[in-house]
Write a protein that binds this ligand. Sequence first.
Ligand code: NI
Ligand code: MN
Length: 227
Amino acid sequence: MLNLTYLSHSTFILDDGNHRIIIDPFISGNPTCPVKVEDVDAGYIVLTHAHGDHLGDSFELAKRHDALIIAVNELATYASSKDLRAHNMHIGGAYTFPFGRLKFTIAHHGSSSPEGLYMGEPAGVVITMGGKTIYHTGDTGLFLDMQLIGQRDKIDCMIAPIGDNFTMGIDDAVKAAEFVKPELAIPMHYNTFPVIETDPQRFVAGVENLNLDIRARVLDYGETITL
Ligand code: NI
Ligand code: MN
């Protein structure tokens, strides 16, 4: 059993009843996030890259809850330099944590700290927890190697950006679902700012039109589903 909560933008919480992970916690400063930083508690913080709308409140949360930050080397080292606990990984590598297995994948994007420091490669992440496997693509354009990600792990739930401009738009995200073939596809990274406004139901319709038995659904801000 795995509970998946969408806070908004790219921020998701995974909870199997024993462990809680938050991915890309962009809470304060996020006009669409329904909770406050004080309302969030997690033992692990997984970061796809260091842009402000993903690094977000990570450091404050890590400090408050003594949470472990999991990220690629450059970003993990940056977190360590701020006296936070960090687990240093890199793309293609998997590690088994108390909550389950986590593997970083490629993503086509950028990654720099708020001061403009180089933070290594941006990433996607495949997490197996509570008997389910989630692929959160991070911020990325479409790439053919998504097929390989879907072949290496049977993906129960794929979370993909649809907002365009900085990442895939809807048409490319539908193609991404076709490449990965998850059980369920969930859109993210849209409607947070005017430049990424779009209608997520067009993504749902596009995925259903593939006729590949892939379910798609839009999650409300703060909504939890059980996978
Ligand atoms: Ni970004
Ligand atoms: Mn972003």
